[in-house]
Design a protein around this ligand. Structure first.
Ligand code: DLZ
Length: 295
């Protein structure tokens, strides 16, 4: 299974290397493990998600390195300030573009950092635009996980499926602005153990939501109905008793093939969907509480 992706880019001077490293960290990249082997240095800048995009038919209209952000205008301001402090001011205008709408419902700006190489380091920063305008009539949850803490309980039984569900859940949280430090994962033997671990996590009050992940396959599971009913009841009861949203990412399938389909092959990834539901529920809970407080 693919685990990650690394893009390697040479920076022409040591001075530019240090300054760009500091800038990108200040914009929100996470510091990874760097290296220095006496002949050169490397700095690892970690983003929550990677994406390899191939294209054909025409040249790309964007830089080869695209960085998705929240708060595009604040990022633009920070980059502008950095450039004004580090470069000649007359250079900045030609190197830094303004945020512009793209044809894929996003806004993007490009910037070229002089880095000692002839072409310079060209980056594109972009942010997706929310298509919803106006105030919703109903209270609806937002899909920003920034500042939210999650406990994820995942079963080791049928790990080929539950690992994919876990990957989907983490994908959803990190893509929505959640921080790695705010996610704790607990692995339990099987679906049967999920409710009690979920309750233990919820009772610590350290989490805004719990995401439960497991996979029951009828053909291979003795007492399938009995286990399923108890798991569903236990997770529901923990949610009711603790008042902390519990997202239900427990697959109940007839066959392994059906389970694979629901774990990212043909029918979406139910782990991803469960985590999105958790984010939404935390947001809804906060809005309801805020409304109460305002009365
Ligand atoms: C025992 C069992 C069986 C037969 N099937 C499954 C399954 O399909 N999915 C799952 O998550 N767990 C299964 N288990 C394990 C039980 O959930 C539990 O972990 C053990 O009975 C130990 O209490």
């Amino acid at each position: 299974m693919i685990k990650g992706m690394t893009l390697v880019r040479e920076i022409g001077s040591a001075d530019a290397f240090d300054r760009l490293n500091r800038l990108l960290l200040s914009l929100g990249f996470e510091q990874g493990r760097g290296w220095d082997d006496g002949t050169g240095r490397g700095a690892a800048l970690l983003a929550p998600l990677g994406n390899l995009e191939l294209m054909t038919g025409r040249a790309p209209a964007v830089p080869a390195i695209l960085i998705e952000v929240n708060g595009l205008d604040a990022i633009h301001t920070a980059v502008h300030q950095w450039m004004m402090a580090n470069l000649r001011s007359e250079e900045v205008e030609s190197l830094l573009g303004a945020p512009e709408l793209t044809h894929w419902n996003s806004r993007l700006f490009t910037v070229k950092f002089p880095d000692g190489t002839p072409e310079g380091l060209r980056l594109g920063f972009w942010q997706s635009e929310n298509p919803l305008h106006g105030k919703p009539v109903a209270i609806e949850g937002d899909l920003s996980a920034a500042g939210m803490r999650f406990g994820i309980v995942t079963a080791r039984w049928n790990a080929v499926i539950t690992d994919r569900l876990l990957q989907g859940a983490l994908d959803a949280i990190y893509r929505s602005g959640g921080a790695k430090a705010d996610v704790e994962i607990v692995r339990v033997p099987g679906a049967w153990e999920v409710p009690s671990a979920a309750r233990s996590l919820a009772e610590t009050k350290r989490f805004d939501a719990i995401v439960t992940l497991a996979c029951l396959i009828r053909g291979e599971t003795a007492h399938y109905e009995a286990i399923y009913n108890e798991v569903a009841r236990g997770i529901g009861q923990s949610q009711q008793d603790t008042g902390i949203p519990h997202a239900f990412g427990v697959l109940t399938c007839e066959t392994l093939e059906q389970a694979l389909d629901r774990a990212g092959i043909k029918a979406g990834n139910k782990g991803f969907e469960a985590a999105i539901a958790a984010i939404e529920m935390v947001s809804i809970q906060r809005k309801i509480k805020a409304q109460e407080g305002g009365k």
